[in-house]
Design a protein around this ligand. Structure first.
Ligand SMILES: NC(=O)c1ccc[n+]([C@@H]2O[C@H](COP(=O)([O-])OP(=O)(O)OC[C@H]3O[C@@H](n4cnc5c(N)ncnc54)[C@H](OP(=O)(O)O)[C@@H]3O)[C@@H](O)[C@H]2O)c1
Length: 331
């Protein structure tokens, strides 16, 4: 009896400790949200503004959600934004909303997994603007909600979120215009794709090490990891292979973009002054958009903030890093 009382007391105290930790984490998050909303009210000074209305930013999947807000905020800072979407009608409608607000935004169709569409877009951007200065890789898909973890659409998820994003980075790097401030690439990824996450990381040590060591990391390693997962999905063995267990296909696709960001930063580092390209990724938090069934607790406006902040960093020398709420976080 005595023992039972003490064990239930221990259980109760550990529950209290967990609740306390959760409460503290919630408080910290709320405090950071308030700090950022304050930071957003501080205008960039003239010497910080490396951009002008001639600066061209391309945002993928910008007809709605976080992408639309990134386009909106970049344009509000006086940048010329190219809002892209795979469906012309909805993209044109979104552009109209921003143009009616007096913003400099144009539209072009772009499906990041359709190589003909990517090529047509590149030809157009070269002909119309001679290139671009900022690329925001926002387009993405996810087919799971809540506690679901179906891999029925794994092929589409990996093809869009990883291979599609890679298509864009490869196709647009040659079109990024030289400038003293450097061109910028920002990809919207997720904390779900953290390599070393205790709760959702890759538990296969050799796969994790291969993806972790940036000196030996290669495109082939990342591609092979994604293809291996997709093969296991086809033959039904993926569940016992130590992949992330929350939204497995989505988490892996974002983990791959994170790894590709680090790889590209290493490759782009070699570029001479005046031709620099800085590449980073960030997690927007859990956002109220179609992707979460509007179940998140962050608004698209707040979620867009770190992308815009990264794209506009004055004196940017940061590359190959992962951010959330305007702070660097671990991969
Ligand atoms: N919401 C969150 O909590 C959350 C958290 C972490 C990361 N993210 C990431 O944030 C990004 C934006 O997501 P969201 O929450 O704003 O979701 P969303 O409202 O579903 O927006 C996704 C956008 O991507 C577009 N898209 C999908 N496949 C495409 C393709 N092949 N080519 C071009 N565009 C394509 C969609 O176009 P259609 O309208 O044609 O479908 C849509 O415009 C995604 O990369 C997502 O993974 C979101």
């Amino acid at each position: 009896m005595q023992l039972q009382i003490s064990s239930s007391f221990e259980e109760q105290s550990s529950t209290i400790i967990i609740m306390d930790k959760k409460e503290k984490a919630k408080e910290r998050k709320e405090k950071r949200r308030q700090e950022i909303s304050l930071l957003r009210t501080i205008p960039y000074s003239d010497h910080q503004r490396w951009w002008s209305s001639d600066t061209i930013a391309v945002v993928t999947g910008a007809n709605r959600g976080i992408g639309f807000e990134i386009a909106h905020q970049l344009a509000s800072h006086g940048i010329s934004v190219v809002l892209t979407s795979r469906e012309t009608a909805v993209g044109e409608e979104a552009v109209k909303v921003l143009q009616e607000g007096g913003l400099n935004v144009s539209f072009h169709q772009l499906d990041i997994v359709d190589l003909a569409s990517v090529q047509a877009f590149c030809d157009w951007i070269k002909e119309t603007y001679g290139g671009l200065d900022i690329l925001i890789n926002n387009a993405g898909v996810n087919f799971n909600y809540g506690k679901e973890n179906s891999v029925e659409f794994a092929e589409t998820v990996i093809q869009t979120n990883y291979f599609g994003t890679k298509n864009m980075i490869k196709a647009l790097i040659p079109l990024m215009r030289p400038s003293p401030a450097g061109a910028r690439i920002v990809s919207v990824t997720s904390r779900l794709g953290r390599l070393n996450s205790k709760r959702n990381g890759i538990s296969n040590v050799s796969v994790r090490q291969q993806l972790e060591d940036v000196d030996t990391l290669s495109e082939e390693v990342i591609d092979n990891t994604m293809n291996k997962f997709l093969e296991q999905v086809k033959d039904g063995t993926w569940e016992s292979e130590g992949w992330p267990h929350v939204f497995t296909d989505y988490s892996l696709s974002k983990l791959a973009v994170n790894a590709y960001t680090r790889l590209m930063a290493r490759i782009l580092e070699e570029r001479p002054e005046g031709h620099k390209i800085y590449i980073n990724c960030y997690c927007p938090g859990w956002v109220k958009t179609a992707m979460t069934g509007w179940a998140g607790h962050v608004s698209p406006e707040e979620a867009a903030d770190t992308a815009v902040w990264l794209a506009l960093l004055p004196d940017q020398f940061v590359s190959g890093k992962f951010f959330a709420e305007r702070r660097e976080i671990n991969f």
